[in-house]
Write a protein that binds this ligand. Structure first.
Ligand code: TRP
Length: 435
C-alpha cells in the first residue's frame, strides 16, 4: 500500500489528464495503457526485485548484484543518478503540491468571507507559491525524519478509497452537464492515425514512468522494505493496476470537465485548438466545476483538494526517502539531521524554480520525467537482464512466490527485460530525437 501510495499522486490527477488533453485525447490514452503495462510494469518488477534482494538503498542494492569493478561503477552512476533525479522531481512536485494546498484552503477563506485572502489563495503569485512550496517540503521532511514505516501505509489505505469515491461522485455530476459528452468522446474514441506520433509516444512513456515512480531508485528502496514472504509478482501487478486505474478514472473526470467549463465560457483551448495553460489546467477546470454547485461546491472543493494534498504527500515522502536513505546508510548520518539538510537543499532548488518559473519549471519536468526516468529505468532493466545471475534472480523472486519457476511470468519476463524493454525504450527515444 505504501508503494501504491507513492505511485498514486499528482501524476495521476494533474499529470495524466493534462498530458492526455495536450496530446490528442484518446490516442494518448491507448498509448499510455500499452506502455504502462508492457514497459513500465516489467521495469517496476526489476526495481522492486533489486531492492528486496539488496535490502538497502539503490546504490548498495545495485552494487550487490554487480560482479566486476566496472559494473560496480555503473551501479553507482545509476543509483546516484536516480537519487538526484528524485530530488529534482521533488523540487517541482512541491510547487504543484503547494497549489493543491492553497486550493484546499481557498474554500475555507470563502466561507469565512475573507475576500483578500480568497483572492490571494486563488491567484498565482510569487509570495503564495514560495510559502506553500516551502510549507509542503517542511511537511514532507517532518514525516520522513520520523522514519518511513510509521503511518504511511495507514494513510495510503484510507486515501485510496476516499479518493476513488469522490472521483466517481464528481464524474456522475460532470456527466449531467452540457458539453460532457464531447469531452467523453475526445477521451475514449481514439484517432489511431496519431498514435505513432514520436512526441506522443515519448510523452506517454515519460508519464507512465513518472506515474509508477520509476527510474529514481524510489521503488528499489520500497522493494527493500518488502518482506521476503510477499509475492513480488502480484504485488507489482497490484501497484500497476491501482495506479493506472486511478489515472484512467481521473481522466474520466477532468477531460469532460474541460469541455463543460468551456461550454460555460471558461477559456480552455486557443482558437487553434491548443490548450491555453497546461500546468494550471486542473486548477481552472475543477474550481469552475465546484463553483457551479453553489455552497456545496465549497465543501466538495475542500474535500477534493485536501485528498489531493494527502496523495501528493504520500508520493513526496517516497521521493525524499531516496536521498535520505542513501545519506543515512552511506555516511551513517543521523536520520533527522540528514532529512532537514536535504530538505533545505531541495527548498532552495524549488524556490529557484518558483522564481524563474517560465524558464525552469517545464525544463526540469522534461529533463527528469522524459529523459532521466526512462533512461535510468532502462539501465535497471539492463542490470537485471544482463548483469544479475539468472539463478540468483530466480531465488529472490521465488521467496514469497514458490511456484514462479513454472509460471508464465518467469517464461516471459527475464528475456523480456533483457531485450524487449531496453530496445523499446531506446526506440521511443531515437524516434523522438530523429522522428
Ligand atoms: N508517482 C507519483 C505520482 O504519480 C510521483 C512520484 C512519487 C514519483 N515518487 C516518485 C515520480 C519518484 C518519480 C520518482 O504522482
Amino acid at each position: 500500500m505504501a508503494a501504491a501510495g507513492s505511485a498514486v499522486g499528482l501524476g495521476n490527477i494533474w499529470g495524466f489528464p493534462t498530458q492526455t488533453a495536450s496530446n490528442g485525447g484518446a490516442a494518448f490514452l491507448v498509448a499510455y495503457l500499452i506502455l504502462a503495462f508492457c514497459l513500465a510494469y516489467p521495469a517496476l518488477m526489476a526495481e522492486l526485485t533489486i531492492g528486496r534482494h539488496g535490502q538497502a538503498n539503490a546504490v548498495t542494492s545495485l552494487r550487490a548484484i554487480s560482479n566486476t569493478k566496472s559494473q560496480k561503477q555503473f551501479a553507482f552512476i545509476v543509483g546516484f543518478g536516480g537519487i538526484i533525479c528524485a530530488g529534482l522531481i521533488l523540487s517541482f512536485y512541491a510547487i504543484v503540491a503547494g497549489w493543491m494546498i492553497s486550493a484546499t484552503l481557498e474554500p475555507i477563506a470563502t466561507l469565512a468571507g475573507n475576500q483578500p485572502i480568497t483572492s490571494w489563495l486563488s491567484e498565482q503569485s510569487l509570495s503564495r507559491n514560495l510559502i506553500f512550496t516551502t510549507g509542503f517540503i517542511i511537511l514532507t521532511v517532518a514525516i520522513i525524519s520520523r522514519g518511513v514505516e510509521n503511518g504511511i501505509e495507514k494513510w495510503s489505505k484510507r486515501l485510496m478509497p476516499a479518493l476513488l469515491s469522490i472521483l466517481f461522485a464528481l464524474i456522475i455530476y460532470v456527466m449531467m452537464q452540457d458539453g460532457a459528452m464531447t469531452g467523453l468522446k475526445a477521451y475514449l474514441v481514439p484517432d489511431f492515425s496519431s498514435i505513432l506520433n514520436p512526441e506522443l509516444l515519448v510523452n506517454a512513456l515519460g508519464q507512465a514512468f513518472f506515474s509508477l515512480s520509476l527510474g529514481t531508485s524510489v521503488m528499489i528502496i520500497y522493494g527493500s522494505y518488502i518482506s521476503k514472504k510477499e509475492n513480488l509478482v502480484s504485488l507489482g501487478a497490484y501497484v500497476t493496476l491501482i495506479d493506472v486505474f486511478i489515472a484512467f478514472v481521473a481522466g474520466l473526470l477532468i477531460i469532460p470537465a474541460m469541455y463543460v467549463a468551456q461550454a460555460q465560457g471558461v477559456e480552455i483551448f486557443s482558437s487553434q485548438g491548443e490548450l491555453l495553460s497546461e500546468d494550471t489546467l486542473v486548477f481552472q477546470v475543477l474550481p469552475a466545476l465546484f463553483d457551479g454547485m453553489g455552497t456545496i461546491g465549497l465543501f466538495v472543493g475542500f474535500a477534493f483538494f485536501a485528498l489531493m494534498s494527502i496523495a501528493a504527500l504520500t508520493s513526496s515522502i517516497s521521493m525524499l526517502e531516496a536521498p535520505v536513505s542513501y545519506a543515512v546508510e552511506r555516511f551513517t548520518l543521523d536520520r533527522i539531521k540528514a532529512t532537514w539538510l536535504i530538505g533545505a537543499i531541495i527548498t532552495i532548488v524549488s524556490s529557484t524554480i518558483v522564481i524563474y518559473f517560465d524558464t525552469l519549471f517545464g525544463f526540469v519536468i522534461t529533463l527528469t520525467t522524459k529523459f532521466g526516468q526512462p533512461l535510468l529505468g532502462l539501465m535497471c532493466c539492463l542490470f537485471v537482464g544482463w548483469i544479475w545471475y539468472r539463478n540468483s534472480l530466480l531465488e529472490e523472486i521465488k521467496q514469497g512466490c514458490p511456484g514462479v519457476a513454472n509460471s508464465v511470468f518467469w517464461k516471459i519476463w527475464p528475456w523480456y527485460i533483457k531485450f524487449i524493454c531496453p530496445l523499446a525504450i531506446a526506440l521511443v527515444f531515437i524516434n523522438s530525437i530523429f522522428g
